[in-house]
Design a protein around this ligand. Sequence first.
Ligand code: ARG
Length: 398
Amino acid sequence: MTEKLILAYSGGLDTTVAIKWLQENYNVDIIAVLINLGQPEDLEDAYKRAIDTGAKKAYIIDVREEFIKDYVFLALKANSRYEKQYSLATAIARPLIAKKLVEFAKKENAGKIAHGCTAKGNDQVRFDVGIRSLHPDIEIIAPMRLWKLSREEEIAYAQEHDIKINVSKKKIYSIDENLWGRSIECGVLEDPYNEPPEDIYKWTEIKVKPGDSEYIEIDFKNGEPVALNGKAMSGAELVLKLNLVTGKYGIGRIDMVENRLIGIKSREIYEAPAAEVLIESHRALESLVNDRELIHYKYLIEEKLSEMIYYGLWFTPLRECLEKFIIESQKYVTGTVRVKLGYKNFAIVGRKSENSIYDFALATYDKSDSFNPSHSESFIKMWGYPYEILAKKGRKNG
Ligand code: ARG
């Protein structure tokens, strides 16, 4: 019996050429798996291409709701950003893809899994480590990592092998997309001093005029967004809708040089309008309902979890422990945030919650003030005691 191989198939040039290459180099039946994470590609069309190119079978699976609920919303509850900027769209999708590939490998009794990652990126790490953490005996093949071909050579190979795919000789940018964001690299962006040309932006293509604005309202329940402008919707629906509503203002562009796990720096542009607005709204609600020590300590957990997502360390005991902390911290994060959208920016303009611990009577400077000023003096005296004592003993403070 011919051995089976599960291929993470996107429909693009790399993984299509990989079908032929895998057949030429290994004696395998290829089962292509197409995973719908909300990317714009026509998956029916890709399905046909997989079969036409020689895949024995192909599957399309829609994981959008699972992606948002179990992966993206954990990242959101942790206000996750890598290096304080990147909201992790590409990275957060990888563990789910790895999990699905392993499920197919087990179901089909396949001994090999293949993916289209190159040797330079983070994604190969996330896939390989994720897959092996769930299925340590599986063999992983990454054709693009083994096989160093220029784009022109790849196209020539496709032509020689009669692979039908519409591509131009020069692919200008490398793009990865899912519901949580769009990542863009290569071309002129490789010089970090070059301003990104306006035409790279798709989700944040500006369709409003300077001065235009609108208000939106987002309801959260236990840290998860559940309604937009009072209308309840599923996670995936809400993120999709919010991307459209905020993207047209040019909100959610990130331009950064990031430190890849594999040691090099890269310049990447992100478009993540919903992610930007949701993370900042979520943080604003937390500021109203959680106490100071929890908020401050959570920063450390957020930082660590974000790094683990970026590093591909999802299926690990530490991620599970950090997740428990994050979930517990969301017990009271229920309420509404009001956001003002404007030309290329947004602002959180209001937040309210039944769990608010904002005490008006204590905070106000007007006559309803209930704060007892006599408490302050003694507190401050004790707070500063250690340094006062040092000074009295002739020691220098700082
Ligand atoms: N730098 C991002 C990450 O490592 C995105 C990688 C994919 N980017 C792309 N343009 N294809 O998560």
